[in-house]
Design a protein around this ligand. Structure first.
Ligand SMILES: [Zn+2]
Length: 156
């Protein structure tokens, strides 16, 4: 399959980056490697800047809320619950649909997505009808990363 020069949301495919992944250029100027399935299923429409933008809007809303809060409310916001309050304003609700780290339910495709952060990048592992399969994929990827790290240490 050749996706070069195809457009997916903010992304334009530049070149093949692996067996089933592509180097894409985002409208914002960043480049990102995306798997074929994520492009075709439209999970990934930007380098992450679309998500960051909506997250920032949530934070701005939170800040405004805080500015107008009473001293009691402010005290309450300062507790360790602060982070979860922040996420409450985040429009990306997909991340809250699974208790498992690295697994979320995408309402747009009605499937579970599994992903893992590798070398500071979010790598999508695929989409799954059942949450348990997404969890398995995530666990497998975790094991692979652990193996890679062990291997690297051995090679040193
Ligand atoms: Zn971008």
């Amino acid at each position: 399959m050749d996706l070069i020069n195809e457009q997916f949301g903010n992304l334009t495919v530049l070149e093949k980056a692996g067996k089933s992944s592509w180097l894409c250029k985002c409208k914002c100027g960043n480049t990102i490697v995306v798997t074929t399935s994520c492009l075709l299923l439209k999970h990934t429409r930007s380098c992450g800047c679309l998500y960051r933008k909506s997250y920032k809007q949530g934070q701005d809303k939170m800040r405004e809320f805080y500015k107008n809060a009473s001293p009691e409310e402010k005290k309450e916001y300062k507790d360790k619950d602060l982070i979860s309050r922040y996420t409450k304003f985040s429009p990306n609700k997909d991340n809250k649909t699974s208790k498992r780290k690295g697994v979320c339910f995408s309402k747009s495709v009605k499937r579970y997505l599994a992903y893992i952060n590798k070398d500071g990048k979010r790598v999508y592992l695929g989409t799954f009808i059942h949450e348990i399969d997404a969890i398995k994929a995530r666990e497998k990827a975790e094991q692979e990363i652990i193996q890679d790290i062990k291997q690297e240490k051995l090679n040193k």
